[in-house]
Ligand binder design. Structure first.
Ligand code: HSE
Length: 319
């Protein structure tokens, strides 16, 4: 039977934004949001390999060069793993703002990997798909962290252990957990936000961080909100990155004052996330953060109030 009789011609996939680090879990914790998200369409095309890349919704800023585009790099990783010489055309529809700290490049990469795998009937497992997505992340931020790609792929609150292969562990979350996110009208490049961290940390910061990371896992497993609140604290990255986000300390304090359980930078920022109990608390925290960003830094914010997205990436269309 010919290829076209067996396999689809086009696959469209949605992959959600994510908040990562969650205070104590630099590069190892991330949680998927219900929205926003990126969509990637991968079509069968004449030729071999990636024959075209187009991007919409990005204001013309995302590179269309396959060697620099996160989705294309992930698709290329899938072709490579499947040892496929098929030709594919890629269309990226950006829904996640650029340089926002909401895992936009990871979502594009995840959606690309899942779409290419479905198009080619490859049936790669989740770990293989994650590794393909991480190729795009490596190019974008200069480090192959998977704390955005993992939750965007599998959904929920994810602990991702670094190394080859990476290991994803989905952690339970309390039923009433809601996330409030304020995305201010400013940008932080992850690459730069990683460079300012340097390569070493004081031992005391390490002790605090691994204690809090262990405590966060215990808090999630037991549904202990007090433990979660105490442990969502970053001794490593946030203290150095706060300088990149004008108004950050005031915004974080405003979320707590409005009733959030804990708050901190989302990934490398500038978005700030707050963990809350229930939708009303999350809406209050989101509004307070927007007001604080306006008062402290003179910028407006887009707001997201979301549950943990338990599903992760999903295939929207196969034709
Ligand atoms: N863990 C990464 C970082 C996330 O903090 O650099 C980037 O969004």
């Amino acid at each position: 039977m010919s290829r076209s009789a067996q396999l689809p011609r086009k696959v469209r996939v949605f992959a959600p934004a994510s908040v990562s680090n969650l205070g104590c879990g630099f590069d190892i914790f991330g949680m998927a949001l219900e929205r926003p998200g990126d969509e990637v369409v991968v079509r069968a095309a004449e030729g071999s390999g990636i024959v075209s890349v187009s991007v919409t919704g990005d204001g013309g800023r995302v590179p269309m060069d396959p060697a620099r585009n996160a989705a294309a790099l992930a698709v290329d990783g899938v072709l490579d793993r499947l040892d496929s010489a098929a030709g594919v055309a890629i269309e990226v529809r950006k829904g996640i703002p650029l340089a926002s700290g909401l895992g936009g490049s990871a979502a594009s990469a995840v959606a690309g990997a899942v779409a290419a795998d479905a198009l080619l009937g490859g049936d790669l497992d989740r770990t293989a798909l994650l590794e393909c997505a991480m190729i795009g992340e490596l190019k974008g931020s200069g480090a192959d962290h998977a704390d955005n790609a993992a939750p965007s792929l599998v959904g929920g609150f994810v602990l991702v252990l670094p190394g080859r292969p990476p290991k994803m562990v989905q952690l339970p979350t309390p039923d009433d957990l809601m996330v409030a996110v304020a995305h201010p009208a400013m940008e932080v490049e992850t690459r730069r936000a990683r460079m300012i961290l340097g390569d070493t940390i004081p031992l005391s910061a390490g002790v605090q961080q691994w204690g809090n990371a262990a405590g966060m896992v215990a808090g999630l497993l037991s549904g202990d909100w007090e433990l979660i609140a105490r442990c969502m604290c970053d001794a490593v990255a946030e203290p150095m990155r706060a300088q990149l986000v004008p108004g950050f300390e005031a915004v974080k304090a405003s979320a707590i004052e409005a009733g959030a359980v804990a708050a901190g930078l989302s990934g490398s920022g500038p978005s700030v996330l707050a963990l809350c109990r229930g939708r009303a608390a999350a809406e209050g925290a989101a509004a307070a953060m927007a007001e604080a960003f306006h008062d402290a830094a003179g910028v407006s914010s887009d707001l997201v109030v979301s549950r943990a997205n338990a599903e992760g990436a999903r295939i929207l269309e196969v034709t």
